[in-house]
Write a new protein. Sequence first.
Lengths: 113, 113
Amino acid sequence: NAGVTQTPKFRVLKTGQSMTLLCAQDMNHEYMYWYRQDPGMGLRLIHYSVGEGTTAKGEVPDGYNVSRLKKQNFLLGLESAAPSQTSVYFCASSPRGGNTEAFFGQGTRLTVV
Amino acid sequence: AQSVTQLGSHVSVSEGALVLLRCNYSSSVPPYLFWYVQYPNQGLQLLLKYTSAATLVKGINGFEAEFKKSETSFHLTKPSAHMSDAAEYFCAVRLNNNNDMRFGAGTRLTVKP
């Protein structure tokens, strides 16, 4: 049971570099989410998607872009990384909205130097 | 806008003592409410969720939470703490007509022997 898989698990970037984080889920869920976790701030929603081909902004979308070309994949892009984007990033998926729970990946620790 | 507040970023209890972690939401319409637990270097996993079927919700590992509309609260409790309960706990909300899930800042639980 893979569930939600994030790639890579760790990454160090230089300021100004770009990268893409990949999230894959094998549960046929409609909804997918990207969060960042910073000490004392909990999880903050970056972007989310309610279905293939759709995306929406969350609480902290600036500096990030996303795409959901396939139902099982949700990509998070950083076009020009900044030290403020140093964080642990979590992807999650849920069958739909409402009372359905979100299932989380193991996280990606990103450091921007 | 929906929001969730967790009172107390750190809670410390002795083994065998009552655990009480507080969560309040701000919404005129009762939202869907969730509690998640995060162990070190792991993703989040669901403890329990409120779905309006019952105000007292039982979850895994002996935890339960009570929804109180008059107090806009969904506090998490466990009668007797175990060492293995040491982790970070997050309250999350999703409004009926919203698709995203928002998290509180988290409460780190320490259990003393």
